[in-house]
Design a protein around this ligand. Structure first.
Ligand code: HEC
Length: 181
């Protein structure tokens, strides 16, 4: 939201044959039920990102965000090198508490542990990683997204987010029979 990625990228595969061919199963309303605000977008200068998760490696995402032309020579996407700055986690608990009031199912332990969990999610070998698994289960990826477990950067957060897109539920694949991942 801060970088305005949604001005060029949608997260909404429409139920049209050519879109499904290109991106995968069309988007279901349930997939963005917890997005406040939703980031469906209204224009595609770049591709739709609804099914992006795990399409590329973390290293590709880092290289692409740092300098898109290093990996896609003809790209017109802007570079975001400043994402390598430290992630400010001080507002996380408050943000989760607000989202919980809007109906996102964060429990008290998740809200209280939000800062610790943000750190743990990029440090797979730390003791805190176990507490993260207790609170969030097996589904969220837990690894050094920016390539370095000793630091927590905005890049960690953005890459973790990008790698999660379309992977939180198999509902769309199941609803459109025969395309289960
Ligand atoms: C000015 C328009 C523009 C903005 C703003 C923009 N992008 Fe892009 N993006 C593109 C274009 C064009 C491409 C296709 C060329 C390429 O891969 O670089 C692209 C490609 C991508 C891809 C590869 C998708 C695929 O399936 O191959 C990802 C991931 C991506 N952008 C993420 C982002 C993120 C995250 C942001 C915000 C930090 C962002 N983009 C901002 C235009 C934009």
């Amino acid at each position: 939201m801060r970088e305005g990625c949604y001005a060029c990228h949608s997260q909404m595969v429409r139920s049209l044959a050519d879109e499904i061919d290109r991106y995968g199963p069309y988007s279901l309303a349930s997939e963005s039920a917890y997005d406040h605000p939703m980031l469906w977008g209204s224009k595609r200068t770049g591709p739709d990102l609804a099914r992006l998760g795990e399409k590329y490696s973390d290293a590709w995402q880092v290289a692409h965000l740092t300098d898109p032309r290093a990996v896609v020579p003809a790209s017109i996407m802007p570079a975001y090198p400043w994402l390598m700055q430290p992630l400010d986690t001080s507002g996380l608990s408050g943000a989760l508490a607000t989202l919980a009031r809007l109906g996102v199912p964060y429990d008290a332990a998740m809200i209280q542990g939000a800062e610790a969990d943000a750190l743990a999610q990029s440090r797979p070998d730390s003791a805190a990683a176990e507490a993260f698994r207790d609170r969030h289960g097996d589904r969220p990826a837990l690894r050094a997204f920016d390539g370095d477990p000793s630091r927590l950067t905005e890049m960690d957060a953005v890459v973790a987010y990008l790698q999660s897109l379309g992977t939180q539920t198999a509902a769309a694949h199941l609803a459109q029979e025969g395309t289960a991942p």
